[in-house]
Design a protein around this ligand. Sequence first.
Ligand code: PAF
Length: 283
Amino acid sequence: MKIVSTVSELRGELRECREKGMTVGLVPTMGALHRGHASLVERSVSENDVTVVSIFVNPTQFNDKNDLKNYPRDLEADCALLGALGNIIAFAPEVEEMYPEPDTRVFSFAPLDTVMEGAFRPGHFNGVAQIVSKLFYAVEPDRAYFGEKDFQQLAIIREMVRQLGLKLKIVGCPIVREEDGLAMSSRNMLLTDEERVRALEISRTLADSVTFAENNTLKATKAFVESRINATEGFRLEYYQIVDGDTLQPVEEWGDSDYIVGCIALFCGKIRLIDNIKYKEVK
Ligand code: PAF
């Protein structure tokens, strides 16, 4: 595994790969890698000759300074995990490398970015689009891999690729869960032992709501999730929305769409967690 920290070094490495006719996969990350990230990297390694894994805690997507300050960072452990996974170039730049000057670009993905995370984290998706587009321009990957845990992010990145007319393929990968069901997240390591146990109620409630939904209306299912989450001590629900999986707009009835997903965001103590569940996906 190679580790590079500048765009010019990265381009140099990739030029050599391209000259040999190799295909390139990109897995953008903010580090603190876990099995969820590993599954994206493994998928990329199986579909491309070389995989670039970017490790960069992107300041422009944080609307909360404390969240940025406390975001877990462990480059050594990240490299140890990646070293075992295949032909990988780890790209770990400093902030000045990615933002030599402030990025003043303003993206609009309405209505995808006006709901859920977009409503609760103003500017977040603009920051994500700034960094991910910079990575796409630097790497020019054939394919890029994103987890479905960040369901809205994945839809927005697909839309950004469409708007910018980029040629790469976006590959969405299923949520990876801990054995007990908690969706894997770098933020999980910030939970206290007690919060970690409590956080289980998120995936449990979402799973139970799928059974509940079989005999109940969409509105009742939304209320079922909201009341279970609100009844859990130490949780503060930001939203639970049941949306069309393509447009991300709320749906009223189960019959309104062939692709229906429930998306949740809440604070478990001070840690903000997100998760989602598919109620319906007709392919
Ligand atoms: O999903 C993430 O970890 C980040 O939003 C991403 C895509 C790496 C951009 O910083």
